[in-house]
Ligand binder design. Structure first.
Ligand code: C5P
Length: 410
């Protein structure tokens, strides 16, 4: 459930901080990538060296990284990096800072600038926990969506017995796993997505191809990863900027495999399909070239040496082949790009490509198809059911397609 998840672990100044070393081990052992932020108070109880070694990343705790050099810690980046911030242990002091929106520690500034959800595991003496001020802060934070792993009851560092002990690391791990299962509906599943065009060499510099940018496939991979699904993304040559590609495919749950030709895409996709664990979903979003030159010319042919005609051989239908070899229960979704209405052709593809759903789009619709950031789709289902959608961003179309996939489960 935590594989590939990015967790910012915040530690504050409580004796329970020693338990956070073990918690960190549990989180990384479950596959999460963890970055640690400590308040100065937390460093009184456990060293950054311990947590830095266990997480494999430098620990940050001050707003200024290096006073001499004038560099500062990028709290905004850390807040944006995480899928989740877990503050464990959370002291009464930091909880009150969170409730008030103060920014007087690096951890508080990370929390203020974070876009991701926050979970707190408080630790303090019984009377501090039961104090109306602490309880009011907890209520206020709860109203803002901060989740609580409630403290347990037992012997406290003060010698008192009562409520206030930080929840045990195993219980916090279980809480997080449950949380991700709820928020990441496709956690534990595996998908294979093909994207982009393929280029079929005519000679060393020329190729047959098409104008697909690959954006639709990348949006699908990005949305799958957001929902917790591991993705093998087999990409032909994309026509998007490097930064955009990195932004859309940088999630640790996305395994991007670059290919050039349909033959290479076929081999890579089959390999990804047939490895363990079983694949749950195939989406053929690639615009695969239907044919390739039978005998590509070696080197660069000079203009005058180019042949009058080029013999072509058909490329394999990758999606049809993947769908016929998929494990039981694996869903196959294909695309159909038309230049007219295209409905009859899309219905045929459902059968010939052995798909559970065909996403039909047409270049006759303004803003749809290759090269656009938007798309207008129709979902073509077996049994003549058709769902029509408005023109939307491709990111939103990916949301609609994956909502439809999730609804198939019911
Ligand atoms: O037959 P057509 O090219 O219209 O089919 C489109 C669908 O089939 C897309 O999902 C595309 O990714 C897939 N396809 C494929 N291999 C091919 C041709 C198309 O996987 N050779």
């Amino acid at each position: 459930m935590l594989r590939g998840r990015r967790i910012v672990l915040g530690l504050t100044g409580s004796i329970a901080a020693y338990k956070s070393a073990y918690l960190l081990r549990l989180l990384t052992g479950a596959g999460a990538e963890v970055r640690v932020v400590m308040t100065p108070g937390a460093k009184e109880f456990i060293t950054p060296l311990t947590l830095g070694t266990l997480s494999g990343h430098p620990v940050v705790s001050e707003l200024t990284e290096d006073r001499e050099a004038g560099t500062w810690t990028h709290h905004v980046e850390l807040g944006l990096w995480g899928d989740l911030i877990l503050v464990a242990p959370a002291t009464a002091h930091t909880l009150s800072g969170m409730a008030e929106g103060r920014g007087d520690s690096l951890l508080l500034t990370v929390l203020l600038s974070a876009k991701c959800p926050v979970i707190v595991a408080p630790a303090m003496d019984r009377d501090m926990w039961l104090h109306p001020a602490t309880q009011a802060n907890i209520t206020q934070l709860g109203e803002r969506g901060v989740e609580l792993v409630p403290p347990g009851t037992g012997e406290l560092a003060s010698g008192l017995v009562g409520v206030g002990r930080m929840a045990e690391p195993e219980d916090i791990l279980e809480h997080l796993q449950g949380w991700f299962a709820k928020k990441a509906p496709l956690a534990g599943r595996r998908a294979l997505v093909t994207a982009g065009p393929t280029h079929e060499p005519v000679d060393a510099v020329r190729f047959l191809g098409n104008r697909s940018s690959g954006r639709m496939g990348l949006c699908l991979a990005q949305e799958l990863a957001r929902r917790g699904c591991a993705v093998d993304l087999v990409c032909g040559p994309l026509s998007l900027g490097e930064d955009e590609i990195q932004h859309m495919t940088g999630h640790p749950l996305i395994n991007k495999i670059d290919v050039e030709t349909a033959t290479e895409m076929h081999t890579a996709a089959l390999q990804a399909l047939l490895r363990e664990p079983d694949c749950d979903l195939i989406i053929g979003a690639a615009a695969v070239a239907d044919a390739r030159p039978a005998a590509p010319i070696k080197g660069k042919a000079s203009g005058s040496a180019l042949p009058d005609h080029i013999d072509l051989v058909s490329n394999p239908d990758i999606l049809a082949d993947l769908a016929s070899k998929r494990p039981e229960g694996c869903v196959a979704i294909g695309f159909s790009l038309a230049s007219d209405d295209g409905l009859e052709a899309a219905k045929k593809k459902l059968a010939t490509k052995k798909c559970d759903l065909i996403i039909l789009n047409s270049i006759a619709d303004q803003g749809s198809g290759f090269g656009h950031k938007t798309n207008r789709i129709r979902m073509v289902w077996p049994g003549n059911r058709i769902d029509s959608f408005e023109l939307k961003s491709k990111a939103q179309v990916a949301v609609d397609i994956l909502d439809a996939y999730q609804n198939m489960d019911r």
